[in-house]
Design a protein around this ligand. Sequence first.
Ligand SMILES: Cc1cc2nc3c(=O)[nH]c(=O)nc-3n(C[C@H](O)[C@H](O)[C@H](O)COP(=O)(O)OP(=O)(O)OC[C@H]3O[C@@H](n4cnc5c(N)ncnc54)[C@H](O)[C@@H]3O)c2cc1C
Length: 473
Amino acid sequence: MTTSPVREPAAPSHGGRPRVVIIGSGFGGLFAAQRLRKADVDITLIGKTSHHLFQPLLYQVATGILSEGEIAPATREVLRRQENVRVVLGEVTDIDLGARTVTSTVLGRTTVHPYDELIVAAGAGQSYFGNDRFAEFAPGMKSIDDALELRGRIFGAFELAELAEDPAEVDRLMTFVVVGAGPTGVEMAGQIAELAHRTLRKDFRRIDPTTARVVLLDAAPKVLPSFGEKLGDRARRQLNEIGVEVQLGAMVTDVDADGIEIKDADGQVRRINAATKIWAAGVQASPLARLLGEQSGAQVDRAGRVAVLPDLTLPGHPEVHVVGDMMALDRLPGVAQVAIQGGRYAADQIKRKLAGREPLPPFQYHDKGSMATISRFHAVTDLGKLKFEGFIAWMMWLVVHLFYIVGFKSRVTTVLHWLVSFLGRGRSQRVATQQQVFGRLALENLGPEFEASKTGGPKTVPHGEDLTGRESA
Ligand SMILES: Cc1cc2nc3c(=O)[nH]c(=O)nc-3n(C[C@H](O)[C@H](O)[C@H](O)COP(=O)(O)OP(=O)(O)OC[C@H]3O[C@@H](n4cnc5c(N)ncnc54)[C@H](O)[C@@H]3O)c2cc1C
């Protein structure tokens, strides 16, 4: 069902207060909204999901350590005490810089939001470097849906292996390939190895999960290249110790249901038979970045990020602020702190502008370091001149992540689940449903016509069949 666009009142709704529209409820968007807590403005925060997502711990949802709720609190609950914010569910499909409006849509309901100031923080998605067909067999890890699908695929592979008769099929089912040796790939491979070698050790009768093969591969010659040579080497050694095979200089040339094809640095092409493939390589900025580039004349780089001015605004549009993973400035990395600091900076600029004060000096990013866990009690932490590895780095990782998880309840339950997994051997979140595993592909197969039936609109479905067997969706 589609409706004609609803236009929000053109005049500010509460006594002529300036309207700030924020796109995205991730790190950039949420922290910008919170920074405007005491500002005399009306904020509309538009997100295509109803939750804020703490992406750095997605891999723990995928491997059964944490529940999705712990890393994805409802945005409106987080902001419930901030009365100047209205949270709106919807995917932004258009931004009109001339008319100063943002158009969002959800299930055929379209809304146009006028703004006086706009903060765009729509983040980035997965990039398959032009090979989008890989996505069918090698899901990425960017959303709760992705993490739950991967959880189902990982635990499901062991279940199927227990049933398989053919040893080659058992091997295929118990081989896990993670593509991309950056922090996400390293953390994911490390956790699958711990799952197989510790958690599931005694759970099966016919297979031995400790013989599972976990392969981490990357076309680049190094593990964790952004952490420098020393920490990268340490991480590689630790991965080997917990049973992860690290294959570098290995470029993925094809992915199918049964495995993955790789071209090595010497030109040799080989294949790994693996039921579970996980894509943790490459990001592509939200398509909104290109849209902003086209309208403002700002450059868009190969990763689809729009170049911003030093104050994070677009050329010719001091009222449009772009922050986080979708903006390009001074080769800043796509990490949470860039988005958080950028969101807060944009909010501060808006407050100063509205108070008639001088603008802030150009945005300056304060690098607080980076960290990646490899296994329980083992991480690497790069604080610039100070580098740590092992238990001390892992404790730092633990404290920092607990600090940034949103909400007291989530912190408490996260600690409990970590105790279960790291001190014990358990994983509290092993539920995997058919919908999690097959939902994405089923929706893709149903095609765009299915959109209409989701809204309770026209009941016709492709090919005239009722695929659900029910009266209405
Ligand atoms: C698996 C993984 C692990 C990571 N680990 C780390 C780490 O350990 N440390 C670190 O610093 N960084 C890490 N990152 C990177 C970090 O999460 C990002 O840099 C950060 O989230 C960027 O913030 P953002 O606000 O730009 O985008 P996001 O946090 O991605 O938020 C974007 C928001 O925009 C919404 N959105 C997107 N398109 C639209 C649209 N059209 N309409 C409406 N809403 C839209 C999304 O739903 C989301 O709410 C990781 C990322 C991933 C995927």
